[in-house]
Structure formats: C-alpha cells, structure tokens
Design a protein around this ligand. Structure first.
Ligand code: SF4
Length: 157
C-alpha cells in the first residue's frame, strides 16, 4: 500500500501507545470549506510516498512490545478506501487491538464504509472537519484533545 508516514511508536493521537500510519491522499475538504489553507497535515502532501506491504506493517506492529493500538491518520484514510480496508483486514488476522481511524468526513458522508468496517472488532473513528478558530475539547473516547467543536470519536465496533 502507499503511505506517507509510518511511526512505530506514537503517543499523541490515542490514549494507548500506537503505531501511526499516515495515508497519502486528501481532497482538501477542510481548506475548501474554510476558504483558506487550514489543514494541519498539508506538509505531508509534499513528503515522499512509501510503498510498503501490509505484511511488513503488521509484522512491525506485532513485534513491537510497546504499542497496543494502531492509528490510521492524515492525510485522509477514506480517500484510499481499498488500502484502508485491506490493511484492517490484514491486521485482524493477527491482532484484535484497537484500531483508530482519523477522518475529516462526517459520519453521514461515509455511512456505507462504516457499515463495512463494523464487521471488524474494536474500531474507533474520529469524525469531522478541522475548522479554524474553534476551541479544543477533550474527547473521552480517544483520551486526547480535538481541535474543533464538531469533531468527536466513536467506537463503532
Ligand atoms: S481531512 Fe485531514 S488531511 Fe484532509 S484537509 Fe481536512 S485535516 Fe487536512
């Protein structure tokens, strides 16, 4: 699969230590709706892509004793749906650990994909666009602060 970033240990996106996988594409919906560049992940757009096998990612995760969750994040995981679904299916062969997906979509925009993901246990999705000048708030599901009032996380399975 094509990714932009792979961090074996990340401690800022979820309450549990995580492997962080940065997905490669976004339609820049937050920028378009704000009418200016607000995306906090935009630097990733110009960073090089990496082509990596599902097996390599899963082996690195399984063999790391520090991490106990996987975070799929920016750019926009749902804009490369086949890779997102394939990776989760591959992970679930080896681990039932929490998988967190950070999306800028609202739940009603991706209901069809959410229904397909619900067949896998222990999935959490953070929904909602980034909107400039909102107050950050603490999200109990993730155990971290989210930047915009409209953003929230939900355990979907
Ligand atoms: S969905 Fe994520 S990557 Fe896309 S514009 Fe919004 S914050 Fe940036």
């Amino acid at each position: 699969m094509i990714i932009k970033q792979l961090l074996d240990e990340d401690f800022i996106n979820y309450k549990k230590p995580s492997m962080f996988i940065g997905f490669p594409s976004c339609s820049w919906k937050c920028d378009k709706e704000c009418g200016m560049q607000v995306c906090q992940n935009s630097a990733l757009a110009s960073s090089p892509i990496k082509d990596i096998r599902f097996k390599t990612i899963v082996n690195r995760y399984i063999n790391n004793p520090i991490t106990s969750s996987v975070v799929c994040g920016g750019l926009e995981p749902f804009d490369t749906w086949d890779d997102l679904y394939g990776l989760i299916a591959y992970l679930r062969v080896s681990t039932q650990d929490d998988i967190v997906i950070y999306t800028g979509y609202y739940k009603e925009e991706i209901e069809e994909y959410i229904d397909k993901l619900k067949m896998f246990p222990n999935l959490i999705v953070k929904f909602g666009r980034y909107i400039l000048n909102h107050e950050k708030h603490f999200d109990e599901v993730l155990g971290i602060y989210l930047a915009s009032d409209n953003q929230y996380a939900e355990r979907i399975s």
